[in-house]
Write a protein that binds this ligand. Structure first.
Ligand code: GLU
Length: 443
C-alpha cells in the first residue's frame, strides 16, 4: 500500500494543559482541524485513566493510509482528475469499518479524524470491528448521475485492493448513498470475479442490504435521547427539538423523534438555511418541500432562521446533524438546550465540549449518539456472511439492545470518573481496544 503523507510528529508531552477559558478564547484555526481535535480528545481521556504511553502512542496514529488519484470521464468528453483517501485507523478488534464521504472540502486530516472516531465508535458499541474512513474531494451537487457512477467505480478500482468483508468495509456517509454503495459493490464484485456484495454496507435491499439500515443512525440517536431524558427526569412528550442538518440522519431524526417520542420539532436547517415554527414542523410536509426545491428554506408556514441562530434556540434537545466543528467556543455559551444529541461526527470542538459541561448541558457524544448506523451495518455484514436475512423487527430489537447497553456503559463510566460523556465514551473505547491490542501482542 502506498504510504500517505505522514501526520505531524507527536508533541513531546502529548497530555495537554488543563482547560482554561483564555485558551478557549484563543481557539485557532488549528483547533478546528478535526484530527487535532480527535487527538486532543484521546490525549485528555488517556490522562484521566493514566493510559500506558505505548498504548496511547499507537492510538494517536492511523495504522494505514491510501491516497488515490481517480481519472473520470465527464459528460462533456473531458477527463477530470479527482483525489481520494482511505484511512484504516485501527483494526485491533476486527475488520476496518467506516463510511466514505464525497465533499468539496474533504482533507486527509478530516478523514483521519473520522477514521479515529469510527475506531472508538465500534468499540463503544462493542461490535467486533475496527475503524476506517474514506473521502473523495468532489462536489456531488454539480455532477450528473453518470459522472457520480464513474467516480464511485473509479474510487473502488483504486481502493478495492485494500477492501473486503474481512479487511475493510465502507458505508454511506456525507453525500454518499445506497445507490453509490451498490455501484461500488458491483465494481468490486467484477474485480473479484464473483458477487461479493459484503464489501460495502448501507446497500439497497435487492443486493444484500439490511432492513432497518436506512433510518438506523437516527433511530439509534432517538434511543439515546430517550435514555438521557429518563436519566435527567425530562418528559419528552411535547418537548421541543431543533435539528441542524437535514440529510439522512437529520431528516429521519425529525420523523422518529415525533413518531416515537412525541417531540415537537420546531426548527430544522440544511446548508442553504433554516426554518422555525414554535408550533412544530410537519415532517412529511418539510421533506416534500425539500424534495421539490432542494432545501428546507422557504417552507411555507415557518419563519426563516439562520443556522447559527438555530443552534442557540431555547429548546429541550438540540441535534447537530451536519458536519464537524459546528459548536465551538464562539457559540457554546449561548446554547440553551438541556440535551445535545450529536448525530453528526465531531460537531463539537473540545473546548466547546468543556463549556457545555460547565453549563450543565447533557451531551450525548457522536461516538454513541450516531452509532446506530454502523451497528446496523455490522448486522448487514453478519447477514451477508450467513446469507440469512433478518426481519426488520429483529434489526430494531438488536439495535435497541446494543444502543441501550452502550448508553449505560458511557453514562456510568462518565459518572465514575466524574467526566463528561465524551470522555466516558473515550474511556470505554480505549479500554476495549487496549485489551485487544494486548491480547494480540501489539503492546
Ligand atoms: N458513516 C456512518 C458513521 O459515521 C456509518 C458507518 C458505517 O456504517 O460503517 O458512523
Amino acid at each position: 500500500m502506498q504510504q500517505g503523507t505522514k501526520p505531524e510528529p507527536p508533541p513531546e508531552n502529548p497530555v495537554p494543559e488543563p482547560f482554561s477559558l483564555s485558551a478557549c478564547a484563543l481557539e485557532s484555526a488549528e483547533a478546528t482541524n478535526p484530527f487535532t481535535n480527535a487527538r486532543r480528545q484521546l490525549d485528555d481521556a488517556a490522562a484521566v485513566i493514566a493510559l500506558d504511553p505505548a498504548v496511547l502512542e499507537l492510538l494517536r496514529w492511523p495504522m494505514r493510509e491510501l491516497h488515490v488519484t481517480i481519472p473520470v470521464r465527464m459528460d462533456d468528453g473531458s477527463t477530470r482528475t479527482f483525489h481520494g483517501f482511505r484511512v484504516q485507523y485501527n483494526d485491533a478488534r476486527g475488520a476496518n469499518k467506516g463510511g466514505i464521504r464525497f465533499h468539496p472540502e474533504e482533507t486527509i486530516d478530516t478523514v483521519r479524524a473520522l477514521a479515529a472516531w469510527m475506531t472508538w465508535k465500534t468499540a463503544v458499541l462493542d461490535i467486533p470491528l475496527g475503524g476506517a474512513k474514506g473521502g473523495v474531494i468532489c462536489d456531488t451537487k454539480t455532477m450528473s448521475k453518470g459522472e457520480l457512477e464513474r467516480l464511485s467505480r473509479g474510487y473502488i478500482r483504486q481502493v478495492g485492493r485494500v477492501l473486503g468483508l474481512e479487511k475493510d468495509v465502507p458505508a454511506p456517509d456525507v453525500y454518499t448513498t445506497p445507490q453509490i454503495m451498490a455501484w461500488m459493490a458491483d465494481e468490486y464484485s467484477f474485480m473479484q470475479g464473483y458477487n461479493d456484495f459484503g464489501v460495502t454496507t448501507g446497500k439497497p435491499l435487492a443486493i444484500g442490504g439490511s432492513l432497518g439500515r436506512g433510518d438506523a443512525t437516527a433511530r439509534g440517536g432517538v434511543i439515546c435521547i430517550r435514555e438521557a431524558a429518563s436519566e435527567l427526569g425530562i418528559k419528552l412528550e411535547g418537548s421541543t427539538m431543533a435539528i441542524n442538518g437535514y440529510g439522512n440522519a437529520g431528516s429521519l431524526a425529525h420523523k422518529l423523534s415525533a413518531e416515537l417520542l412525541g417531540i415537537n420539532v420546531v426548527a430544522v436547517s440544511d446548508s442553504k438555511g433554516g426554518i422555525f415554527n414554535p408550533h412544530g414542523l410537519d415532517y412529511v410536509a418539510v421533506v416534500e418541500h425539500k424534495r421539490r426545491t432542494g432545501s428546507v428554506r422557504g417552507f411555507p408556514g415557518a419563519e426563516p432562521l439562520a443556522n447559527g441562530d438555530l443552534l442557540e434556540l431555547d429548546v429541550t434537545t438540540l441535534v447537530p446533524a451536519a458536519l464537524e466543528g459546528e459548536i465551538t467556543c464562539r457559540n457554546a455559551q449561548r446554547i440553551k438546550a438541556r440535551i445535545v444529541a450529536e448525530l453528526a461526527n465531531g460537531p463539537t470542538t473540545p473546548d466547546a465540549d468543556q463549556l457545555l459541561r460547565e453549563q450543565g448541558v447533557y451531551v450525548i457524544p457522536d461516538l454513541l449518539c450516531n452509532a446506530g448506523g454502523v451497528t446496523v451495518s455490522y448486522f448487514e455484514m453478519v447477514q451477508n456472511t450467513s446469507g440469512w436475512y433478518w426481519e426488520e423487527e429483529a434489526v430494531h430489537r438488536q439495535l435497541e439492545k446494543k444502543m441501550t447497553a452502550a448508553f449505560r456503559a458511557v453514562h456510568d463510566t462518565a459518572l465514575r470518573h466524574d467526566v463528561g460523556n465524551r470522555m466516558g465514551a473515550m474511556i470505554v473505547a480505549i479500554r476495549r481496544i487496549e485489551e485487544a491490542m494486548r491480547l494480540r501482542g501489539w503492546v
